[in-house]
Design a protein around this ligand. Sequence first.
Ligand code: NAD
Length: 357
Amino acid sequence: MKTIVALPGEGIGIEVVDAACELMTAAGMPLKITTPPQRESAGTAPVPLPAETQRAARAADAVLFGAAGPSTTNVVSWLRWEMEAWGGVRPAKFYPGMRSPLADPAGIDMVLIRENSEGMYPGREGDIADLRKAMPDLRDRLGRSLEKYGEGRFAVKLVTKLGAERIARFAAELARKRKAQGHPGKVTCCTKSNVLRQSDALFHHTVEAVVAEYKDLTFEHFHVDDAARRLIRFPTQMDVVVGMNQYADILSDIAGEVAGGLGVAPSGNHGDDGWAYFESVHGSAPDIAGKGIANPTATILSCVLMLEHVGLATEAQRLEAALARVYADAKALTPDQGGTATTKQMGAAVLGAYRNQ
Ligand code: NAD
């Protein structure tokens, strides 16, 4: 029996986590799912995640998260930053029947790897006046100091060799695993190293050097603006795509959209010592929250990643196959996929397909 802590977040996070947990339980998977409190008191302001929930989430085999909104940013901050879940895995795969905006999405099957712990997030921001005082000699590439700027703000972007090496190895190991399953065995790195010649260049060259150690893999690099266009124009040429925090955050939304939309984009977030949590890429979607029409696919596919992670590979494969069946049948899809099904109806259809295999 594997222990799962489910933290729904808010908005549609609650609806899709409910649907996914109901599905996994009704399917008879060997899971003990608990839902400890996300807050100690009522209210809308973010408050620290209760200590007992932190303990349960640390001890669990995995955590399933729904979606953060304005009052639950504390939950995702704790999961991602306090637990240092530095390795983000964001698959973007087209299943026939999905509503891709592309004319020919067949064969889209890539994974975005997001460095979750460095780069521009978590925010380190302040007043330019303070930066000017602290770093009077700071110059841009044209040699200009901060004197030329008036009132304003700055944000700090960090890259470390260790962080870049760690995520590069993570991406390379995944590319190797995928190669064994018939994928090309390619790592595509996305930076802006032509402009940010110290920070992005460190990431670019570190990833390149690490991937070069893997003789069975190929490496390519695109500047992030070019990469964004390529994800739309040539998505089937991508295998494993790795980027710094903010770039990969944005690129993974593009990749998810070309596959079938935000409602179908899952993620896994891995820390040290095998600890990981899983969540949809989408947020709390206030525009549709409470209507019962959120697509549960992103969360169900996050559960597929989670089941693999906890060693339930057979259940993971069956769940993915059941979801693919529901898309192929096109009878129980939510409105974002052109159907009229509710979240619960789509979940029930996936359960039916799971049982009928
Ligand atoms: P969002 O992802 O919540 O929604 C963007 C659009 O996609 C909306 O039109 C929404 O209806 C649609 N959508 C998203 N998920 C869907 C699903 N499962 N089924 C059908 N349609 C779906 O992004 P937003 O509106 O920019 O942000 C809303 C809140 O979510 C904000 O507070 C934001 O900070 C937060 N957010 C959290 C996360 C996270 O938890 N990781 C990610 C992104 C945004």
